[in-house]
Design a binder for this molecule. Sequence first.
Ligand SMILES: O=C(CO)[C@H](O)[C@H](O)COP(=O)(O)O
Length: 213
Amino acid sequence: MQLQVAMDVLTTEAALELAAKVAPHVDILELGTPLIKSEGLSAITAVKEAHPNKIVFADLKTMDAGELEAEIAFAAGADLVTILGTAGDSTIIGAVAAAKKHGKGVVVDLIGVADKAARAKEVVALGAQFVEVHAGLDEQAEPGFSFQTLLDAGRAAGVPFSIAGGVRLETIASVAEAGARVAVVGGAIYGAEDPAQAAADLRAAITLEPANA
Ligand SMILES: O=C(CO)[C@H](O)[C@H](O)COP(=O)(O)O
């Protein structure tokens, strides 16, 4: 299982500082949606230039204009972009076309999708590399939120998936056990007193091949 850090910070400077600390322990550097909205595509370029051997993940959360939005993010240096599973098939097909042109990949975020297993199979058939089974920050804060529902949805997906939303040291082993391809960790790394140590601890908690330096 790969480890992805979600850098939900607001400046390129903060992202570069965080990435420098955690890169030795993670496989994928994610630019969070607020960071991209705040700083624009130049943040993607800055992170890729600083970490050319890491997979750079642009959490665009695209809902329309799939080909155009994916195209500009790949051109800026992204290796993976997210398209929302609630978007129409034509949006996903467009983003996949851009990914093929650049030799990159599309991840479909299932946030807000009611039947996650059915949509997961559909979007992978459309060319998505994998799906992200995701509880967003707002959903996590809702009363009665259960992390277990994410694991169950991942298991039921029947296609390669990542888990995002509330993954931390206490839960990451269960993400691996559920068969996830990627564990996405945001707050448990960027909010830690020592992000490098937090990332190293998460890494040690799962059975992984060594991350690329
Ligand atoms: O994409 C996101 C929000 O939409 C977050 O980056 C993702 O949910 C990670 O969350 P956490 O901080 O709980 O690990």
